[in-house]
Design a protein around this ligand. Structure first.
Ligand code: GAR
Length: 202
């Protein structure tokens, strides 16, 4: 399946996904990386891997619809079927949701709905929680609010520092996200995506 990766920063999740595809743990071809920060480290990785890039500065566009229209053109030109967000730190707007709603997932470094948004690991650390973790969820118009596909908890140890907790969360993300993306692409699309879909109420 042809996937696009959206990322804004370091790209460690992008690396783990591309590695999984190379090792055939993930039956996907990453045909485009979309990045909203033209100097983000993930772009150097894309170049190393020979993955085409659409990098843009949002401030050079009139509004979100204008840059998302360009993104959609690139996605269609590359035949992208579904989208994987990996540290794309920007809300998805109507233009992308109209074209790819229900076909986009995201990874987030907390047990949502706790600690959405930026710096989730720091938020959890500062709150003093004893358990946090990683969530994979569908993308909707909200900030990390789409219906949840998978979660994995991580206990905060007495001996943890913010740095060791961060490393632990990243290790979970790098293992969990490729597994869940593989399960997701192996399933047919659901026709209607609601906020409760996929929830386990049993
Ligand atoms: C990851 O921890 C990802 O879960 C988080 O950004 C980081 C990107 O790291 N995403 C969010 O917080 C989304 N709200 P990476 O660039 O090294 O993959």
């Amino acid at each position: 399946m042809k996937l696009a990766l959206f990322a804004s920063g370091t790209g460690s999740n992008a690396r783990s996904l591309v590695r999984a595809a190379r090792e055939q743990r993930l039956e996907a071809e990453f045909v485009l990386i979309v990045c909203d920060r033209p100097r983000a480290p993930v772009l150097a990785f894309a170049e190393e891997e020979g993955i085409p890039v659409f990098a843009f500065s949002p401030k050079e566009y009139e509004n979100k619809a204008a840059f998302e229209t360009e993104i959609v053109k690139e996605l269609y030109a590359k035949g992208v079927e579904r989208i994987v967000l990996a540290g794309y730190m920007r809300l998805i707007g109507d233009t992308l949701l109209t074209e790819y709603g229900g076909r986009m997932i995201n990874v987030h470094p907390s047990l949502l709905p706790a600690f959405p948004g930026k710096d989730a690991i720091r938020q959890a650390w500062d709150a003093g929680v004893k358990v946090t973790g990683v969530t994979v969820h569908y993308v909707d118009e909200g900030m990390d609010t789409g219906s949840i596909i998978a979660q994995e908890p991580l206990y905060v140890k007495e001996t943890d520092s913010f740095e060791t907790l961060t490393a632990g969360i990243q290790a979970v993300e790098h293992r969990l996200y490729p597994e869940i993306v593989q399960q997701w692409i192996a399933r047919p699309l659901k026709t209607v995506q609601t906020n409760t879909e996929g929830a386990n109420h049993s």
